[in-house]
Design a protein around this ligand. Structure first.
Ligand code: CU
Length: 138
């Protein structure tokens, strides 16, 4: 009976360690709240997940995006109010509200570098911004 008690204690301790580990892993992601710009009616979220020491997976989920029409998306330096017009990291265009890209940058550098993710109306109308969110805005 003593041994059973010890093994139960070991299992409980193991579960505790496992839950602490998953809490630590939760810090391996960041997000951005994408807000509409220029009355686009588009909004959503971007989720950034560490994919390696120098790689980050960026997943966008956009509501109100036009169906079937790809919209260019990039990570830019700056804030949504004052964005460097030159993209730093291009992302896969949003198609039907979805975009998924792995960029060659660490999650840490994206979180601390003062970046924002913005979407453009179309390849033809790149100068019209349709949504934007600062990384770490949630
Ligand atoms: Cu852009």
């Amino acid at each position: 009976m003593v041994n059973v008690g010890k093994s139960i204690a070991a299992v409980v301790f193991g579960l505790l360690l496992a839950s602490m580990t998953s809490l630590a892993l939760a810090a391996d992601s960041a997000s951005a709240k994408l807000a509409p710009q220029n009355n686009s009616g588009e909004s959503g979220t971007a989720t950034l997940t560490k994919a390696g020491d120098n790689q980050t997976k960026v997943v966008l989920d956009v509501k109100g995006a036009p169906s079937g029409a790809p919209q260019p998306v990039h990570i830019h330096k700056g804030t949504c109010d004052k964005l460097d017009p030159k993209p730093t990291y291009p992302l896969s265009p949003v198609v039907n509200g979805k975009s998924e890209t792995t960029v060659n940058a660490s999650l840490d550098s994206l979180e601390k570098g003062g970046y924002a993710i913005n979407g453009h109306k179309s390849a033809q109308e790149v100068s019209t911004y349709v949504f934007c969110g600062a990384i770490g805005s949630m």
